[in-house]
Design a protein around this ligand. Structure first.
Ligand code: NAP
Ligand code: HSE
Length: 428
């Protein structure tokens, strides 16, 4: 079985190394050898491993139009030209394995329908949560469930940054530099920091779990740039940690979708997921609650999922299709103003008589009940107040925030993120 690989970066290089190293093992498992015959790269001056040099090409058609290549593995990243190369490979009847969540989140249903027409498999286990086998699990092992919710720590870079800030007191910038160095971050780390990557991943998971296509632009998104050492201290004070959590919750009025830094209680199953680890917490019936956890970013984790898909695609060439079917029809969505959550806010306020009363008044007038209020010791004329609300509709929260913006005692809103201090079973 001949394979062409598009891209030889953090993931591509690891995939080719393992396929070369484990050739005999995989041949024994499959009953035939797998050989990477061509590798597409872009930069002619970059140093490459000696063992891979003779297979390099700078011309995509050397892979896409080679009739002997049956499986194309796309590990370039970005939307174009990756999307066109995948579409072309499928059109030519080749199986495609990709780790590209941008392409799948934007064009997954069209590509999977094209694959069905061409008899070409499209597999993308590595696109969500690195080495955790969550795509297959949702599609197959959990197909007998009616799912209620999925909560995921699905971005390794941001989880790494928040963990380093929380556990080791490292600064945001230093932690980001470390995440890039380790190969976790996207080519443009804004995709990680602004929750774009996590939004793509939850849209893919929700589309598989809830049976309708979820447009990535419908996912409410708050990134981690506003999280500071002060928020980390407040989280500790509340017995909580801050994680970037992507969520898809089934409600009678549609799916509620979003990604936000989220204060979660230390006793929550997601609280101990540290560093570049990812976790996906699935709630449904009859399964109850299920936690998948493991390495979520980096070459080794991702190559595990990519190679699993390659072996599957290779096997399927002999015994029939293995594609992951994505729905074409859109999923019904709950409008953002109706989303119901607890929120954590941190405000910079004047240190003066009546300030707390004014802040409490804004929440009261918006019909929001406060769960906790904390004011750490402060300087003479300024103070910081952090608040956690009880569950409230987003439109009520926005009303309170608007009143706070107009309140002279409030100097600025420093943070406004979700607080999910209870587990699914505690909430029910
Ligand atoms: P990367 O290190 O930036 O490598 C990208 C590779 O693709 C490079 O070899 C680059 O060539 C090649 N490439 C990019 N554009 C090209 C073009 N137009 N023509 C030819 N070659 C091109 O990326 P990565 O971290 O391995 O990520 C690859 C994919 O896996 C992305 O979709 C990413 O989102 C996904 N992913 C990554 C991780 C992770 O932890 N890194 C985890 C899960 C999924 P040059 O070497 O010549 O520059
Ligand atoms: N940049 C991504 C992350 C790579 O940090 O999770 C894995 O998809």
């Amino acid at each position: 079985m001949r394979i062409g690989v598009l891209g030889l970066g953090t993931v591509g290089r690891q995939v080719v190394e393992v396929l070369d190293l484990e050739r005999e093992l995989f041949a024994a498992r499959l009953g035939e050898e797998i050989e990477v015959t061509r590798i597409l790269v872009r930069d002619q001056d970059k140093p490459r491993p000696q063992s891979m040099r003779s297979r390099l090409t700078y011309e995509p058609d050397d892979i896409l139009k080679d009739p002997d290549i049956e499986v194309v593995v796309e590990l370039m990243g970005g939307f174009e030209p990756a999307h066109s190369y995948i579409a072309e490979a499928i059109r030519r009847g080749k199986a495609v394995v990709t780790a590209n969540k941008e392409v799948i989140a934007r064009s997954g249903p069209d590509l999977s329908a094209a694959g069905e027409r061409a008899g070409a498999d499209l597999l993308f286990e590595a696109a969500v949560a690195g080495g955790i086998p969550i795509i297959r699990s949702l599609q197959e092992s959990l197909a007998g469930n009616r799912l209620r919710a999925i909560y995921g720590i699905v971005n390794g870079t941001t989880n790494f940054i928040l963990s380093r800030m929380h556990e080791d007191g490292v600064s945001f910038d230093a932690a980001l530099a470390e995440a890039k160095e380790r190969g976790y971050a996207e080519a443009d780390p804004s995709d990680d920091l602004d929750a774009v990557d996590a939004a793509r991943k939850i849209s893919i998971l929700a589309s598989l779990a809830f049976g309708g296509w979820v447009d990535v632009d419908a996912v409410d998104r708050i990134g981690i740039r506003s999280i500071s050492a002060a928020d980390v201290r407040e989280a500790k004070h509340l017995g909580a940690v801050i994680k970037l959590v992507a969520r898809a919750q089934a409600t009678p009025d549609g799916l509620a979708l979003g990604v936000s830094p989220t204060l979660i209680s230390r006793s929550h199953p997601l609280a101990d997921v540290s560093g570049a680890q990812n976790a996906v917490y699935v709630c449904g019936d009859p399964i109850g609650e299920l936690l998948f956890a493991g390495p979520g970013a980096g070459g080794p984790a991702t190559s595990s999922a990519v190679i699993g898909d390659i072996l599957d695609a290779a096997r399927a060439r002999r015994v029939g299709g293995r594609s992951v079917a994505l729905p074409l029809e859109p999923a019904p969505l709950l409008p953002l103003h109706a989303h119901q959550h607890s929120y954590y806010l941190r405000l910079r306020v004047r240190e003066a008589a009546g300030t707390l009363a004014a802040v409490a008044e804004a929440f009261s007038r918006a019909g929001i009940s406060l769960r906790s209020v904390h004011q750490p010791p402060s300087s003479d004329d300024e103070a910081m107040v952090s608040l956690v609300t009880h569950v409230t509709a987003r439109e009520q929260l926005e009303r309170a925030r608007e009143m706070l913006r107009a309140e002279a005692a409030v100097l600025s809103e420093e943070s406004c993120i979700l607080a999910e201090l209870d587990t699914d079973s505690q909430r029910r």
